[in-house]
Ligand binder design. Structure first.
Ligand code: NIG
Ligand code: FE
Length: 413
């Protein structure tokens, strides 16, 4: 099946010239093309051709994209999409001035979502999450990471990962599954941290590896969650079992997460709201993507990660929603892009690189996704504008009108 995406106003290729990541100055370069069309075959992009040649080309299907802008399919590389229940009451408390960490300390926060998840069946979780995945697809997202972490018992973590597996089969996008059993300590292990670590290390990780339920292992390294030493123990075992690694680090406090991330060669470190030059020096040159989550800073009303300094230090920066019920109840990647530009002073180009190729790199999909390069998956997001700046300028407005995954239109407005 040969499909032609014909005559868009521009193709924002985010071309990496085979590097498959962007950092420093190159994060600001998108290599847009004009007067070209995209030819896809068997799920891949096979040729970028002049419109005149494309008009003569024999194909099975043509989509006329005149006046539209094509980007690589967007990548949301850090989400907690599978959760049950609502934390609207805590939201009301937060507005009234109660601190997010204080809510966590008294057993609310993550643990209140854990209560809801434990009461839900796999089927219920899949149903709740399906509507969310559809919303992501409508925004042009073709690759999505989803974490567990709201079960915190063997059965409930496996249940969450099974739900992710069902979503993977149900939807045409690429869903990357991450085990986050080390999200926080469940109440039954509050005074016995060693036993919960033992459960993660000796029961959860081996079972999840054997049953192929997650590609990544993640942890929350934070004063209210896991210490650097505890993460170190978990990551040593996870990495031996074949998991790739990523880490929630420097969200509220510096507790040594970056050292552990560097030691274990994490693919990404995520959050970094309280990042300083010391950590930047540790991170530099280690081929680790910094995943920034400005939706969290906006939602919790605190500081933003130092995106400019990271970029100046040649560290690849990705952006993600961190969609979750407590710290970023924001499933809108477009809003996150605008926040990155307005609050962290990222350029429009840096922002687009951050939700395409660098986000793909943060979940090891950079060889096949994240940029429009011949030989990669034909994953595109088509926007109803002839100027790509409009995508970031239109705050929280979805300009995506067509989502293409492996050459097939999977959403059309
Ligand atoms: O990425 N930082 C830890 N975990 C989530 C928040 C989870 C929650 O509050 O439910 C995050 O921000
Ligand atoms: Fe998160």
């Amino acid at each position: 099946m040969r499909t032609l995406y014909f005559n868009p106003a521009s193709i924002v290729t985010v071309d990496t010239f085979s590097k498959n990541v962007k950092s420093g100055r190159s994060q600001n370069e998108l290599s847009p093309l004009y007067g070209k069309s995209l030819l896809c075959k068997d799920g891949l992009l096979v040729e970028i051709m002049d419109n005149a040649e494309a008009a003569e080309c024999e194909v099975d299907r043509t989509y006329d994209l005149s006046g539209k802008t094509v980007l690589p399919g967007l990548v949301d590389c850090h989400t907690h999409t599978v959760f049950a229940g609502s934390r609207a009451d805590e939201f009301r408390e937060k507005i009234a001035g109660v601190d997010y960490e204080d809510i966590a300390r008294r057993g609310g926060g993550i643990l209140s979502t854990v209560n809801s998840v434990r009461k839900s069946t796999v089927e219920e979780l899949v149903e709740i999450a399906s509507e969310r995945v559809e919303y992501f697809i409508s925004q042009g997202i073709t690759t999505l990471e989803i974490k567990s972490g709201y079960g915190l018992s063997f059965e409930d973590e496996v249940k969450l990962l099974k739900a992710v597996k069902i979503l993977k089969d149900k939807f045409p996008i690429d869903i990357v599954s991450t085990f986050l059993g080390a999200h926080t300590f469940p109440p039954e292990f509050k005074d016995n941290r060693a036993d919960y670590l033992d459960l993660i290390i000796n029961k959860m990780l081996p079972y999840i590896a054997e049953n192929n339920l997650a590609e990544y292992c993640d942890a929350f390294c934070e004063a209210t969650a896991f210490t650097a030493d505890e993460v170190d123990k978990i990551f040593s075992v996870a990495s031996n079992l074949g998991f790739k690694l990523k880490l929630h680090s420097e969200q509220f406090n510096q507790v040594g997460g970056i050292d552990v991330a560097v030691k274990h060669k994490c693919t990404s470190v995520d959050h970094l709201e309280v990042f300083t030059q010391d950590q930047i020096n540790l991170l530099k040159g280690n081929n680790i993507v910094s995943v920034l989550l400005p939706g969290v800073s906006f939602f919790l009303n605190y500081g933003y990660a130092p995106a400019r300094t990271l970029i100046e230090n040649d560290i690849p920066v990705a952006l993600s929603t961190d969609y979750n019920p407590g710290s970023s109840h924001i499933a809108n990647l477009n809003l996150v892009m605008s926040l990155a530009a307005l609050k962290m002073k990222m350029t429009v180009e840096e922002t687009i690189s951050a939700v395409t190729i660098n986000a793909a790199k943060a979940i090891s999909r950079e060889q096949s996704a994240g940029s429009i390069e011949v030989g990669k998956n034909a994953d595109f997001a088509v926007f109803n504008t002839d100027n790509y700046s409009d995508i970031v300028y239109n705050v929280a407005k979805n300009l995506n009108i067509m989502t293409v995954k492996n050459g097939e239109v999977i959403y059309q407005k």
